[in-house]
Design a protein around this ligand. Structure first.
Ligand code: MG
Length: 622
């Protein structure tokens, strides 16, 4: 791979097809998110009640350049008798473009059933169209669709562009069309940059499916999927290409989501991509580097008059102690070891989904909270206004895509970020009766529309990395899970979402959230809880029969698991034992777990059985 002159910043653009709403909604959202330009998708213009000239004026008023008009389909390789109609269509579109104020049109490779497989003919016809465009001072970017009838690779499109040899004809390189077919893109760097007219960026999950369906439904913003967008972008920049980086993403969720959020998500992906490209080219990043994290400082639960006392009772049963009371807010601090849980009865529920208790905030132990906050702002993470009293810590909080407040802080009594100083000590003695030592991880169900956005948020803004991704069949639908963690595995989050948008029939826990508490000795913890008659979640006997059949566990271990109602998982590194509480309120529960000899996962294989057990437990009490 050649060293790329990653001379960012360059202009950032987004295709209107990435966003939902009317064309005006889309333009407004793109401008509000800070894009410099847009690609106007023809169908969006056709559906608009405004004239092309008015749309152009509106874009300019919003500070948006119109970078590209697209797509012009089925142009090259047209049988001779029909080519006059292609010329006529192009003439009309060039008129539209002149009114819009855009000087480049994208021609994508023909998919017409009667397209002729003749590169000479394709080059000749593109040359005629380029002549027509150049007379108007316009240019044509030719793109190989991965499913083009005869032209489906960038190399083939480049052959034809060279053959046509017209200064107004160049290439459009689209990362999806290239990377959906091959991982080899290094040769792109050898293209002459002045012949690369346009660069479109889209990521996608690695899927084995028809490429047209893959493209239409599953494209993602850069760094949200499995393609090497940074390497691809670096290769294109190495040509000397100096046009915009333009997002072109077709995605079922984006098509129906709030365009303002989608546009911010897209902008965040471009900013993060640019930094990844710089770093991969050995250049310093423009973003403040994500400071090291060293643990979950606290997890805050928003509670009401009913769930608050219930949660206090559960924390007491688990051996937590109410050690502090906030100086100015109705917030209790409960502690055991390094596990700290806040019960906040002053949070106004943001939505009915919140239920009677919900995880409302996460405190992340940052080596440098000020730099964490700076990076979050650079990546357009929405900062939350905080009310703070005199002598209280000045903590920056940003909203994660699901609304969870993420604080960057330090758990030390003094200093500007020492949040513990905000709590006045109670006279309660701390106890360590159950052996809970820390918060192992926090699991957060994500809103259906925000799952990929959430993954990018935690990777880019917080500096976490992907840990484990899974899809499984749960009792009430397919579930997708993505776990993210910091380098030292002291911060772990498990994000989950239904694979399909849920309907009204939702007998499972809607939007479940749980806190996993770590113990160094699950047998001891289970024993203490059993002696205190703490009602844990019953697990069906079938589960233990299956465990025995699959893994042939030591009979003593199996007997412990079934007696305690514990679940078991193992991976290449170690073993994992889990206990669960029933659901408290409408969506919260706790897990107590022990990682034995370096187990790295999250026990996700047990989730379907645990979900059914929660359903059975809820039915038993209704
Ligand atoms: Mg494209």
């Amino acid at each position: 791979m050649p060293a790329a002159p990653a001379d960012f910043p360059r202009s950032r653009s987004i295709a209107t097809v990435c966003l939902s709403g009317t064309l005006d909604d889309r333009l407004a959202a793109a401008a509000a998110a800070g894009f410099d330009g847009v690609e106007i998708f023809e169908n969006d213009l056709i559906a608009s009640p405004s004239s092309a000239a008015d749309i152009g004026a509106r874009a300019r008023d919003l500070g948006l350049a119109i970078e590209l008009y697209q797509p012009f389909r089925d142009a090259e390789g047209t049988p001779h008798h029909r080519f006059q109609s292609v010329m006529r269509r192009m003439r009309a579109k060039l008129d539209t473009m002149a009114n819009l104020g855009v000087d480049m049109v994208l021609i994508c490779s023909s998919v017409a059933p009667d397209a002729v497989n003749d590169d000479g003919l394709a080059a000749e016809q593109l040359r005629l169209l380029a002549d027509m465009a150049s007379e108007r001072g316009m240019r044509i970017a030719y793109e190989a669709l991965a499913w083009g009838r005869h032209v489906s690779t960038w190399q083939h499109s480049w052959d034809i562009v060279q053959r046509a040899d017209h200064p107004a004809l160049g290439l459009c390189l689209d990362s999806f069309h290239v990377l959906s077919r091959t991982d080899h893109y290094d040769d792109i760097a050898a293209l002459p940059g002045e012949r690369v007219f346009f660069l479109q960026l889209a990521d996608a999950p690695r899927l084995a499916m028809d490429v047209l369906q893959w493209s239409r439904h599953y494209r993602l913003f850069p760094l949200q999927g499995g393609f090497d967008l940074a390497g691809f972008t670096r290769a294109v920049c190495a040509t000397g290409y100096c046009g915009p980086l333009s997002l072109e993403v077709f995605n079922d969720v984006f098509r129906q989501a709030d365009p303002r959020r989608t546009a911010v998500d897209g902008m965040r992906s471009l900013i993060a991509l640019e930094d990844t490209v710089r770093e991969s080219a050995g250049q310093p990043g423009a973003l403040a580097p994500a400071p090291a994290l060293s643990g979950i400082a606290f997890t805050e639960l928003a509670v009401d008059g009913e769930s608050g006392p219930q949660l206090q009772q559960w924390l007491d049963r688990f051996g937590f102690t109410h050690t502090g009371q906030h100086r100015s807010k109705p917030v209790q601090l409960w502690e055991q070891g390094r596990a700290r849980i806040l019960l906040n009865s002053g949070v106004v529920p943001a939505s009915p989904e919140q239920g009677s208790a919900a995880i409302s905030a996460l405190g992340l132990e940052s080596q440098n909270p000020a730099v964490s906050a700076q990076r979050a702002a650079q990546l357009h993470a929405p900062a939350l206004p905080r009310m703070r009293g005199r002598a209280e810590a000045d903590l920056t909080a940003v909203a994660a895509p699901d609304g969870t407040q993420v604080f960057f802080c330090r758990s030390e009594p003094a200093g500007p970020y020492g949040w513990l100083g905000d709590f006045l000590p109670t006279s309660n003695e701390a106890q360590h009766a159950t052996g809970i030592t820390a918060i192992d991880h926090v699991s957060l169900a994500q809103p259906y529309d925000r799952f990929d956005e959430a993954g990018l948020f935690y990777r880019s803004v917080v500096g976490l990395q992907d840990d484990e991704a899974a899809e499984y069949a749960a009792p009430f639908g397919l579930v997708r899970m993505l776990a993210v963690r910091n380098v030292s595995r002291q911060v772990r989050l498990a994000l989950s979402v239904p694979l399909l948008r849920r309907g009204d029939w939702a007998p499972g826990i809607a939007h479940p959230q749980h806190i996993t508490l770590a113990t160094g000795d699950i047998a001891h913890t289970a024993d203490v809880l059993a002696r205190a008659h703490v009602p844990l979640l019953p697990i069906p006997a079938n589960y233990y029969d299956d465990l025995d059949a699959r893994l042939g566990l030591d009979p003593e271990l199996l007997s412990f698991l079934s007696t305690a109602g514990a679940m078991y998982a193992e991976d290449a590194y170690g073993r994992y034992i889990q206990l669960f509480t029933p659901v408290i309120g409408s969506r919260i529960f706790f897990e107590i777990s022990q990682r034995i000899s370096g187990y790295r996962g999250y026990g996700a294989d047990n989730d379907p059985v645990r979900m059914a057990a929660h359903r059975a437990q809820r039915l038993a009490f209704t």
